[in-house]
Design a protein around this ligand. Structure first.
Ligand code: ZN
Length: 118
Protein backbone atom coordinates (compact mmCIF):
# COMPACT_ATOMS: atom_id res chain seq x y z
CA UNK A 1 0.00 0.00 0.00
CA UNK A 2 1.38 3.40 -0.95
CA UNK A 3 2.03 5.73 1.91
CA UNK A 4 0.24 9.03 1.89
CA UNK A 5 2.10 12.23 2.49
CA UNK A 6 0.28 14.28 5.07
CA UNK A 7 1.18 17.85 5.96
CA UNK A 8 2.92 18.06 9.33
CA UNK A 9 0.40 18.70 12.09
CA UNK A 10 0.88 21.62 14.45
CA UNK A 11 -1.36 20.09 17.12
CA UNK A 12 0.40 20.13 20.47
CA UNK A 13 3.01 22.62 19.30
CA UNK A 14 3.80 25.51 21.56
CA UNK A 15 4.37 29.12 20.66
CA UNK A 16 5.11 32.45 22.28
CA UNK A 17 3.65 35.88 21.59
CA UNK A 18 5.29 39.04 22.85
CA UNK A 19 3.63 42.43 23.16
CA UNK A 20 5.51 45.20 21.37
CA UNK A 21 4.12 47.79 23.77
CA UNK A 22 4.33 46.36 27.34
CA UNK A 23 6.76 43.53 26.41
CA UNK A 24 4.49 41.02 28.14
CA UNK A 25 4.74 37.42 26.96
CA UNK A 26 2.20 34.60 26.72
CA UNK A 27 2.86 30.96 25.85
CA UNK A 28 0.27 29.13 23.76
CA UNK A 29 -0.39 25.57 22.61
CA UNK A 30 -2.30 24.40 19.53
CA UNK A 31 -5.10 22.06 20.68
CA UNK A 32 -6.59 21.56 17.21
CA UNK A 33 -5.43 21.68 13.60
CA UNK A 34 -5.84 25.07 12.00
CA UNK A 35 -4.18 28.39 11.42
CA UNK A 36 -3.11 30.90 14.05
CA UNK A 37 -2.52 34.61 13.44
CA UNK A 38 0.92 36.22 13.30
CA UNK A 39 -0.29 39.20 15.34
CA UNK A 40 -2.86 39.33 18.13
CA UNK A 41 -4.06 42.01 20.53
CA UNK A 42 -2.28 42.22 23.89
CA UNK A 43 -3.50 39.51 26.30
CA UNK A 44 -1.21 40.46 29.19
CA UNK A 45 -2.39 43.81 30.52
CA UNK A 46 -5.97 44.99 30.35
CA UNK A 47 -6.01 48.35 28.65
CA UNK A 48 -2.75 47.77 26.76
CA UNK A 49 -3.30 48.62 23.11
CA UNK A 50 -0.14 46.86 21.94
CA UNK A 51 0.05 44.03 19.45
CA UNK A 52 1.63 40.69 20.27
CA UNK A 53 3.89 39.08 17.69
CA UNK A 54 4.32 35.33 17.11
CA UNK A 55 7.65 33.56 17.64
CA UNK A 56 6.66 31.14 14.82
CA UNK A 57 6.83 28.11 17.11
CA UNK A 58 10.55 28.62 17.67
CA UNK A 59 10.34 28.02 21.41
CA UNK A 60 11.61 25.57 24.01
CA UNK A 61 9.26 22.64 24.45
CA UNK A 62 9.48 22.92 28.25
CA UNK A 63 7.48 26.16 28.39
CA UNK A 64 4.12 25.99 30.17
CA UNK A 65 1.36 27.40 27.96
CA UNK A 66 -1.24 29.62 29.63
CA UNK A 67 -3.37 30.07 26.50
CA UNK A 68 -4.61 27.57 23.94
CA UNK A 69 -5.65 27.79 20.27
CA UNK A 70 -8.80 25.74 19.71
CA UNK A 71 -11.47 25.03 17.13
CA UNK A 72 -14.88 26.27 18.37
CA UNK A 73 -17.87 23.90 18.19
CA UNK A 74 -21.12 24.64 16.33
CA UNK A 75 -22.78 26.27 19.35
CA UNK A 76 -19.88 28.64 19.90
CA UNK A 77 -19.59 29.49 16.19
CA UNK A 78 -23.24 30.64 16.24
CA UNK A 79 -22.35 33.30 18.81
CA UNK A 80 -19.35 34.73 16.97
CA UNK A 81 -19.36 38.06 15.19
CA UNK A 82 -19.10 38.00 11.39
CA UNK A 83 -15.37 38.76 11.25
CA UNK A 84 -14.42 36.08 13.74
CA UNK A 85 -16.73 33.56 12.07
CA UNK A 86 -15.04 34.25 8.73
CA UNK A 87 -11.65 33.59 10.38
CA UNK A 88 -12.96 30.24 11.70
CA UNK A 89 -14.53 29.38 8.31
CA UNK A 90 -11.10 29.86 6.74
CA UNK A 91 -9.61 27.31 9.13
CA UNK A 92 -8.56 29.72 11.83
CA UNK A 93 -8.38 28.76 15.51
CA UNK A 94 -9.55 30.86 18.46
CA UNK A 95 -7.52 31.78 21.54
CA UNK A 96 -8.64 31.24 25.13
CA UNK A 97 -6.98 31.17 28.53
CA UNK A 98 -6.33 27.67 29.81
CA UNK A 99 -8.41 27.20 32.98
CA UNK A 100 -6.36 28.37 35.96
CA UNK A 101 -6.65 25.17 37.96
CA UNK A 102 -4.89 23.28 35.16
CA UNK A 103 -2.10 25.84 34.86
CA UNK A 104 -1.62 25.88 38.63
CA UNK A 105 -1.58 22.08 38.81
CA UNK A 106 1.17 22.02 36.18
CA UNK A 107 3.11 24.76 37.96
CA UNK A 108 2.91 22.91 41.28
CA UNK A 109 3.93 19.64 39.65
CA UNK A 110 6.97 21.35 38.14
CA UNK A 111 8.22 22.35 41.62
CA UNK A 112 7.90 18.87 43.13
CA UNK A 113 11.12 16.88 43.39
CA UNK A 114 11.19 13.80 41.19
CA UNK A 115 11.59 10.30 42.67
CA UNK A 116 15.14 10.10 41.32
CA UNK A 117 16.17 13.32 43.06
CA UNK A 118 15.88 11.84 46.58
ZN1 ZN B 1 0.76 44.73 26.04
Amino acid sequence: MAEQQKPASLVGRKNIYQCQECLGIIATVDRDAGTTPFMIGCQVRSGCRGRMQSAFYRVFDAIQPTFEWYKPDEVEIEKLDAGTRHHVDMGGLLLRRIPNNLAIADAVKATLPGEAAR
